[in-house]
Design a protein around this ligand. Structure first.
Ligand SMILES: [Zn+2]
Length: 273
């Protein structure tokens, strides 16, 4: 993934701050977006790193009125609580579901659902429910720019982990199609650079996922009776072995989708076509 400037104005009235949490999972770090010039909405304040929270407050000239989260994974929402306390801003999003890797401190003062709108004097953001990476994942469409803030639903230059049971591959692909149908001009992802050709990027992800699904099915058919862990090296030859733990989660998401489609079945954690 390309390096990003720590701070940039990426469109009129939209600024991006990159959180100092780069890693193999987060790329250059989590993108925090500031929307508006006077009264500001912060999208995804990121991890609770004091230096990053101070930076958000400073770059907003202390005019934060709304804080939105795309979802409640630990690299996106834990800074919400301190930022809300410092700014008295309204907190918007969907509460954390059950399960691991969820930020239970996220406490929205306004729970959003599909189609809900935040309308201000300067901009209008519409919530688009996009389950798949996370069941409570929302993307936000900026009406006048016709941009979509995509969180981890679509990221730049890489694919995201689908970790069952909260992650769901079937929902993920359906949600990608929904985003494609919005015909937005650009995607502002949770990690990486602005994506200028949304249709091409989304088509690539769908194609890539279906290709992987074909590989999973072929591996199950030619090596019947393997566990997901044993299937990983057959299906993810192109992936850094340090990521095999996560690859196994995505592989599980694929076999669960194939099971729902009636193509494979499992017995005692061993898969058969
Ligand atoms: Zn993320």
């Amino acid at each position: 993934m390309r390096m990003l400037p720590a701070f940039a104005e990426i469109a009129p009235g939209v600024k991006r701050i990159v959180a100092p949490n780069p890693s193999i999972m987060t790329g250059p770090g989590t993108n925090t977006y500031l929307v508006g010039d006077n009264d500001i909405a912060v999208i995804d304040p990121g991890p609770a790193i004091a230096e990053h929270i101070e930076n958000i407050i400073e770059k907003s000239n202390t005019c934060i009125k709304w804080i939105l989260a795309t979802h409640t994974h630990p690299d996106h929402s834990p800074a919400v609580a301190s930022l809300a306390e410092a700014s008295n801003a309204e907190v918007l999003g969907m509460p954390a579901p059950e399960g691991r890797y969820q930020d239970k401190t996220f406490a929205p003062t306004r729970i959003l659902g599909a189609g809900d709108v935040l309308e201000t004097a300067e901009f209008r953001l519409e919530a688009v429910h996009t389950p798949g990476h996370a069941s409570n994942h929302l993307c936000y469409r900026h009406a006048s720019l016709n941009w979509l803030f995509t969180g981890d639903h679509v990221i730049d230059g890489s694919t995201v982990v689908i970790d069952p049971p909260d992650g769901d591959m079937k929902h993920y692909i359906e949600s990608l199609q929904r985003c494609k149908d919005l015909n937005v001009a650009a995607l502002a992802p949770g990690h990486g650079e602005v994506i200028e050709d949304p249709t091409r990027a989304i088509d690539w992800i769908i194609e890539h996922r279906l290709e992987r699904e074909t590989k999973v099915l072929a591996a199950v058919a030619s090596h019947p009776g393997l566990t997901t862990q044993e299937l990983v090296p057959q299906v993810y030859q192109d992936v850094d072995p340090r990521l095999y733990g996560w690859a196994e989660r995505s592989l599980l998401a694929h076999v669960l989708k194939l099971e729902a489609d009636g193509v494979v079945s499992s017995m005692d954690g061993r898969w058969h076509a």
